[in-house]
Write a protein that binds this ligand. Structure first.
Ligand code: ZN
Length: 380
């Protein structure tokens, strides 16, 4: 089902080129329809664009949801732009927010803890997950074809509005083949998963946070992925996300300091600490070092100072010409200094964890996890 990627992508592109040609032709041949109030037209057009955008994001995510239901995958969160549906302790809560992640997009986050318990269920889940990913691909494809048919067979001012619908679906479909920043498109992820079934845990890194605490098998798989050499550098961001989660779990459990993990992290950070053009990757790297420093603080390590300097230099290298991001990553440093600065022992009492994913604050287990993390760090 994923083999004919090229043909699929070319087909989607060919359709939009034909639509554009027809619109240009119509505008040249038949420009009498443009004798309308221009300001009014622009306002209506812009409002229509925004509404249509959310409608098609909804259709895409709904496709995922439908396919998830068919495979009995439980949904933790369904997000369409500013509206969130959160399933927590068997109740569905609806939340609205106007800033933060995904304000323009959407997502569906599944629960995994009760489904992945051993190797067999892991493979089954990977299979179900690919199926779920394709649900979004199919629903957007159907919407795209319907919009094109509508454009072809219904005349009038429709040829001004339906191309917008076609364009929105086209941009959704095309993004499914790409990896933008750290986000893999559905199609690309489905392909990655069919080639590496075991990597399902690596992809579901958000579940380790919202379903805290996940079962031992999932944790072991997550660790196995982090240390595996199988994955190429392109997927390093997955390692970073999983490493951050593992660090959070280690801080909460506060059992024994793991030399293996410490060594691995120092090596990994030094190898990958080159400021890249990709600002989100750099941001992720800062988050990793921040969490590593929290871990080191808890276990009274000798690397605290040298790692702090590394973070400091990395921030200067990567963000000094971008004010917004620079101010953001500086908060990691300020937050750490509150802990490290021994002159100010009282300040520790007011210390709060930084690096919150605002999307997850509505899920009970996530807040519980943050509480434990903060308590363990303050009362170290
Ligand atoms: Zn999708």
């Amino acid at each position: 089902m994923i083999k004919n990627e090229r043909i699929f992508e070319s087909g989607i592109n060919a359709a939009i080129i034909l639509v554009i040609l027809k619109v240009v032709y119509k505008i040249i041949i038949d420009n009498k329809n443009f004798k309308i109030d221009k300001i009014q037209f622009i306002i209506v057009y812009a409002m229509f664009f925004i509404c249509a955008h959310y409608v098609f994001v909804f259709i895409h995510e709904f496709g995922h949801l439908l396919f998830m239901k068919k495979r009995n995958i439980e949904v933790a969160m369904f997000v369409i732009g500013p509206i969130l549906f959160v399933k927590s302790t068997n109740r569905i809560k609806i939340k609205v927010r106007f800033k933060g992640e995904l304000i323009w997009g959407g997502c569906v986050i599944p629960y995994v803890n009760s489904r992945i318990k051993n190797q067999e269920s892991l493979e089954q889940y990977a299979n179900d997950y690919v199926y779920m990913l394709m649900g979004g691909v199919y629903s957007s494809l159907v919407a795209y074809v319907i919009c094109i048919l509508f454009f072809c067979f219904i005349d009038g001012t429709n040829y001004l509005f339906s191309p917008i619908c076609i364009y929105i679906n086209w941009s959704i479909l095309i993004s499914l083949f790409k990896k933008t920043g750290n986000v893999m498109g559905d199609f690309k992820m489905a392909k990655f998963l069919t080639q590496n079934e075991d990597m399902i845990i690596a992809i579901l890194y958000n579940s380790l946070l919202i379903e805290f605490p996940v079962n031992q098998f999932i944790l072991e798989k997550c660790e196995e992925f982090v240390y595996s050499k199988k994955i190429n550098k392109e997927y390093n961001y997955l390692k970073i996300c999983n490493l951050i989660n593992l660090l959070v779990y280690k801080i909460i459990n506060l059992d024994e300091k793991e030399e293996k993990m410490e060594e691995y992290l120092i090596q990994f950070t030094k190898q990958n600490l080159e400021s890249k053009n990709d600002i989100y990757y750099n941001l992720l790297m800062c988050r990793l070092i921040y969490h590593f420093l929290l871990y080191e603080y808890c276990y009274e390590s000798n690397y605290l100072e040298s790692m702090y300097d590394l973070l400091h230099n990395f921030i200067l290298d990567s963000f000094s010409n971008n004010n917004t991001f620079f101010n953001y990553v500086k908060k990691y440093q300020v937050n750490l200094l509150k802990l490290i600065d021994s002159k100010n022992a009282n300040a520790n009492k007011q210390w709060n964890y930084f690096g919150f994913i605002s999307l997850f604050q509505y899920i009970n287990n996530y807040m519980y996890m943050i509480e434990l993390l903060e308590a363990n760090i303050i009362n170290r």
